[in-house]
Design a binder for this molecule. Structure first.
Ligand SMILES: [Zn+2]
Length: 320
């Protein structure tokens, strides 16, 4: 099942991060994309010519206007290049550790990765015996996924046809921060899960220590690429409202290079090397037992305090 534009042309490149129609790029026009309340939301900071606000109701940090169609085109026109699809080797082991516990949810055997990109999770899930499904828009990723025998739908998650109520696990990593309407996606995923199935999502944490120290100088505050940054309270509140049952949120990870880095030059343009720096650091921490122990201890502390840079969500669809 594929889905393209109205005339059958290939859909725009960009995966699940492809925005829906942007209704109004006027500054100040955007209601909180989490709780959708019109509460006064104090100024949080500025970057890339955008104003960030912190919602007075749910504490979500978001830009106060949606990007224009032109800004999105420029951003996502070449989002996936071949080098974005290469996966550093150490990430495979990490992915195995992340996915192994989902075996406890296996009933239908169906595993869906929304916006699977390079396909690392699907590759590992397949090796762990799952029936792999993926959603993507980028033609290169779609082709690669089909060649590996996965069931791939091409197009925006809100447009494609997927069997409802059948997935044991839906992965949704590093997508929430890009979406004009995150609520619509979390709702769609809820209906794709079988009762008792689990959503696994990751996204940056605006309560992270880095965010507290650097505010919008932290390199994740990069509109129009990132247009909201959740934190545990805002994400928990949203998932509850959408009907998710058991909701578990951890925060982990800290990138010391980020704290050392001088503030971005005015404008806060995207900094493509952020992930690379994080990878290198993680790679060093993954090799060597003592360092690994330190990292685990640090992550436990960051989870307890909610100060880690990455927010990890596990949310189940209740059994009716
Ligand atoms: Zn809100």
């Amino acid at each position: 099942m594929t889905s393209g534009g109205p005339n059958g042309e290939p859909a725009a490149v960009g995966g699940a991060i492809t925005p829906q129609v942007s209704p109004d790029p006027t500054p100040g026009s955007r209601v909180c994309p989490g709780c959708q309340e019109r509460t006064p939301s104090p100024f949080f900071g500025g970057s890339g010519g955008y104003t960030w606000r912190r919602c007075g109701t749910c504490r979500l940090v978001y830009v106060d206007r949606v990007p224009s169609a032109e800004e999105f085109d420029e951003l996502y026109g070449s989002y996936y290049r071949p080098d974005n699809l290469a996966v550093p080797a150490f990430l495979r082991e990490r992915a195995r550790q992340i996915l192994a516990p989902f075996a406890a949810y296996r009933q239908t055997g169906r595993f869906l990765d929304v916006g699977y990109g390079a396909g690392l999770f699907l590759e590992i899930a397949q090796a762990q015996g799952w029936e792999c499904w993926g959603q993507e828009v980028a033609p290169e990723a779609v082709r690669a996924g089909r060649e590996r025998g996965w069931t791939i739908v091409q197009g925006d998650l809100l447009d494609v046809q997927l069997p409802k109520g059948t997935f044991d696990v839906v992965c949704f990593t590093e997508v929430l921060e890009h979406l004009v309407e995150p609520v619509a996606y979390l709702k769609a995923i809820f209906h794709l899960l079988r009762p008792g199935g689990v959503l696994y999502a990751t996204t940056p944490n605006s309560d992270a220590i880095t965010s507290r120290l650097k505010k919008t100088d932290w390199s994740i505050f990069t509109p129009p690429e990132h247009i909201q940054v959740f934190n545990p309270p805002s994400l928990r509140r949203l998932c509850r409202r959408l009907g998710y049952g058991e909701i578990r949120i951890k925060t982990e990870g800290l990138n010391p290079a980020e704290l050392r880095k001088p503030p971005a030059a005015s404008g806060g343009a995207a900094q493509p090397h952020r992930n690379q720096t994080g990878f290198e650091l993680n790679e060093r921490l993954e090799s060597g037992g003592a360092l690994r122990f330190l990292k685990r201890t640090a992550n436990a502390g960051l989870t307890l305090t909610g100060l880690g840079e990455s927010l990890k969500l596990y949310a189940t669809r209740p059994i009716e």
